[in-house]
Design a protein around this ligand. Structure first.
Ligand SMILES: [Zn+2]
Length: 65
């Protein structure tokens, strides 16, 4: 298994979808918490990295081709 990053607000029991880099550190959030804190994060974050952007989408494969 590769390194697993969990949401800081869910006590890392939920996989993080976003890594937010700030001048004083970084936080990881699931989609829910990222959206919840986005207004604040926009002010303090200088970079947001979307995680799991690869082909690894275990459950949400719903593309009708
Ligand atoms: Zn969360």
């Amino acid at each position: 298994m590769t390194e697993w990053i969990g949401c800081d607000k869910c006590n890392s029991v939920v996989p993080a979808m976003y890594l937010v880099k700030m001048v004083n550190g970084e936080l990881s959030f699931c989609g829910h918490h990222f959206n919840k804190f986005k207004p604040d994060l926009d002010k303090i974050a200088y970079e947001v990295i979307e995680l799991n952007k690869k082909e690894e989408t275990p459950q949400l494969v719903e593309m009708a081709e």
